[in-house]
Design a protein around this ligand. Structure first.
Ligand code: NDP
Length: 444
């Protein structure tokens, strides 16, 4: 049996009930086959893949908090510190009822390669909790965040592990977490990113993942002789990534026809109204059913459906496994030319393969959504310097990083004979740097 197959089998056997983690490991290791096969003896001797798939440390802890009625609750907190070969652990905190150890491990594993692809010195980690922020008061959110940080603070630090936002963790939650960290440690340091501008945050961090997704998509199309201007797009989600992906898409001349949340989706034939979306989601924290009040010509549908609309570009920006094989078939039938993942692992393995087999340009999340973590690393640099850069400076760096990622993934794919397979390219390009660092640092 090949080394890659052995490791995939061992991961499944050793980590039962973690299907998302298995999926992420399979996707990455399958595409690393050419590199692993070429170095099999050396990698085996150094147990390189065994070390790569085993987190350096994983923490699971109790998070007790009290609601507005005086009732106590207990949630589970997680932080997986996956790989620090190229820098301090870096990755977001997800607050969603679906969170479990397997999901955090899949996200942490992906983060290793994504962070490496940015070209910046950051290792891979991820964390979160099964706490559901929906419908909670500000005081309840604060109570949860303070309790979560009361355990987490002892494991993180500006040179150790620097968490950030993710699903359910936005500026409000980062603020409460930061306040509690400062209170517990007495240290004012860049221990979290995605901070507010008045206390060490970076301009353009809020926009970075969505904007970066479009910078990469534009470059990928350009490399293939296609101009992004004048195209149509379907976006899923209506959170941080989706909102700023829609905003930048429109600035680049793309008409975005859809967005969604976990209850339903909107079709707006005139193009999504970003100002309305921001008001509904960022100010009122309301549901998408409200969108029709702003745009009477739009349609609201319950359930799934964004991928049924005829578009040139598919931009999944909600959550994992939201673009299924049947959706991929629909996109291909409707003449879609490219799919770029704003969310982490939104496309299932079968759907990804189908899209690639049918000539769709496919940019995997670890490359396409790396703009968020890249700008978080720029926030860390600004905190270390005790300086703030302008929006234009950060945005220009972000554009440069996304264009580089795009060329690096394309070059790596080509070098190994997989031209235009950007899944293989992104995994190999991300892996090469991490592996060199791991080999140089010895068995640890
Ligand atoms: P938000 O919480 O701001 O938004 C998430 C969106 O996805 C919401 O519209 C939400 O709908 C929807 N959603 C969440 N879970 C589900 C589900 N199970 N089924 C259907 N829809 C769902 O999160 P972000 O925008 O920050 O993150 C979106 C994705 O992008 C995630 O995969 C995240 O890991 C990834 N990502 C985020 C980065 C960032 O900088 N924020 C960086 C890189 C990747 P509802 O409101 O109904 O829950």
């Amino acid at each position: 049996m090949s080394y890659v197959d052995e490791i995939i089998e061992a991961v499944v056997a050793k980590n039962p009930s973690e299907p998302e983690f298995h999926q992420a490991v399979k996707e990455v290791l399958e595409s690393l086959r050419p590199v692993v096969d070429a170095n099999e003896e050396k990698f085996r001797r150094e147990a390189l893949l065994e070390r790569l798939v085993e987190p350096e440390r994983q923490l699971k802890f109790r998070v007790p908090w009290v609601d507005d009625k005086g009732q106590a609750h207990v949630n589970t907190g997680y932080r997986v510190q996956f790989n620090s070969a190229i820098g301090p652990y870096k990755g977001g905190l997800r607050l969603h009822p679906s969170v479990n150890l397997g999901i955090i491990k899949f996200l942490g594993f992906e983060q290793i390669f994504k962070n490496s692809l940015t070209g910046l010195p950051i290792g891979g980690g991820k964390g979160g909790s099964d706490f559901d922020p929906k419908g909670k008061s500000d005081r309840e959110i604060m109570a949860f965040c303070q309790s979560f940080m009361t355990e987490l603070y002892r494991h993180i630090g500006e040179n150790t592990d620097v968490p950030a936002g993710d699903i359910g963790t936005g500026a409000r939650e980062i603020g409460y977490l930061y306040g509690q960290y400062k209170r517990l440690t007495g240290r004012y340091e860049g221990v979290l990113t995605g901070k507010g501008l008045s206390y060490g945050g970076s301009l353009a961090r809020t926009e970075a993942t969505g904007y970066g997704l479009l910078y990469l998509t534009k470059e990928m199309l350009k490399m293939n002789g296609i101009d992004i201007a004048g195209k149509t797009a379907a976006v899923s989600g209506s959170g941080n990534v989706a909102i700023y992906a829609i905003e930048k898409a429109q600035q680049l001349g793309v008409k975005v026809l859809t967005c969604s949340d976990s209850n339903g989706w909107v079709y707006d034939p005139e193009g999504i109204d970003v100002a309305a979306l921001k008001e509904i989601k960022e100010v009122k924290r309301a549901r998408l059913t409200e969108y029709k009040n702003y745009r009477p010509n739009s349609e609201y549908h319950e359930g799934r459906g964004v991928w049924s609309v005829k578009v040139d570009l598919g931009l999944p920006c909600a959550t994992q496994n939201e673009l299924l094989l049947e959706d991929a078939k629909q996109l291909v039938e409707n003449g879609c030319i490219a799919v770029a993942e704003g969310a982490n692992m939104p496309t299932t393995l079968e759907a990804t393969e189908y899209l690639q087999q049918h000539g769709i340009l496919f940019a995997p999340g670890k490359a396409a959504n790396a703009g968020g973590v890249a700008t978080s690393a720029l926030e860390m640099s600004q905190n270390s310097e005790r300086l703030s850069w302008t929006f234009e400076e950060v945005d220009a760096k972000l554009q440069g990083i996304m264009v580089n990622i795009c060329h690096n993934m394309a070059d790596a794919a080509e070098r190994y004979g997989y031209a235009k397979n950007y899944v293989v390219g992104a995994n190999i390009a991300g892996f090469e740097k991490v592996v060199n660092a791991m080999l140089a640092q010895g068995i640890c």
